[in-house]
Write a protein of this length. Structure first.
Length: 317
């Protein structure tokens, strides 16, 4: 059993008002360099103020500084030009400080940092090597190492949760587009957990390359190639709108799912390899123009089909 006399102040460590045991959802208490559950008595390590609450399979991503720098820029663009305006539309009269936001698979964590700077209460979690990027963030308490299949949060704790190309990488072999044998079960657990931690009436934002589009612009054939990845629309790696609608609405009990315009979501980083040569810049401008076209209200039905390479779905819980 835990000795309360050894509990330490949490102002410089994990946010115990937010986190619970990912195994049983019991309350956690700080004991030395660990968080221990008062219910199941399981303990979890704390390193540099960040708790490791991962109890399920993670994402074995490659340690790649150049890619992380690109994600830093694209993530900042997405928050400034897409997410911040969207949140204003979804919660027009709300006190930002009263809203709880969750970045599921937050990667390098720039999204969490920027949303907190805007006055929201945002927390992010991830697994894999990208968590190393959190060391230079302004508030380490806003991050937790955890897996989407077993989240360390209470039921209905968040008003808004978002997953930026997360579900395709659940249940895969390493950092690849090859799914493991149990990928369907892993993703089902992730979806159930996502729905669980969002309150009724709250929102879930999903984004990923569209399975129905045979051209995957966002996963290259290999690290040194600038050629898009071509794939069969039946492959299990990616999801379509119907996949999300079935999982979250038909099977998950959420109220509705709708596509959102893709314009302004992607800014394309100046640090990316494709930005360093003329053909790459032309391709980026073409993609931005095409996304602007797909964002026209009259073309909204096309966003569900094969002509849309980047799918953004808003689920109402």
């Amino acid at each position: 059993m835990m000795d309360a006399s050894h509990d330490l102040p949490t102002t410089d460590g994990p946010d115990l008002d937010l986190l619970v045991c990912p195994t049983c959802h019991g309350d956690l208490a700080r004991t030395g360099n660990q968080l221990c559950c008062g219910s199941c008595e399981r303990c979890y390590d704390v390193t540099d103020g960040i708790a490791n609450l991962q109890v399920a399979r993670g994402f074995d991503d490659e340690d790649h500084l150049e890619r992380w720098n690109c994600e830093e820029c694209t993530g900042a663009h997405m928050i400034e030009h897409y997410m911040a305006p969207l949140l204003e539309n979804l919660f027009p009269d709300a006190d930002r400080a009263a809203l709880r936001l969750l970045s599921i698979g937050c990667g390098v964590g720039v999204d969490v940092e920027m949303l907190n700077a805007l006055g929201y209460r945002c927390h992010g979690f991830d697994v894999g090597n990208r968590v190393k990027s959190w060391a230079h963030r302004s508030n380490p308490r806003a991050y937790t190492r955890a897996a989407v299949q077993c989240m360390p949060f209470r039921d209905g704790q968040f008003d808004f949760a978002f997953l930026n190309c997360v579900l395709p990488h659940v249940g895969v072999v390493g950092d690849s587009q090859t799914v493991a044998k149990d990928y369907a079960e892993e993703r089902a657990r992730a979806i159930v957990e996502t729905i669980r931690v969002v309150r009724p009436g709250g929102y879930i934002l999903l984004s990923n390359p569209n399975r129905l589009c045979p051209v995957d612009l966002f996963h290259r054939r290999n690290e040194h190639s600038h050629v898009p990845r071509f794939h069969r629309p039946s492959e299990p790696f990616l999801q379509s709108f119907d996949d999300h609608h079935r999982a979250f609405v038909v099977e998950g009990g959420c109220r509705q799912a709708e596509t959102l315009p893709p314009a302004n979501f992607w800014g394309f980083s100046e640090n990316s390899k494709s930005s360093r040569y003329l053909v790459g810049k032309i391709l980026q401008a073409s993609i931005r123009g095409y996304f602007d076209l797909l964002s026209a209200r009259i073309l909204a039905p096309l966003r569900r089909g094969a002509l849309n390479p980047w799918l953004i779905v808003l689920v109402t819980r």
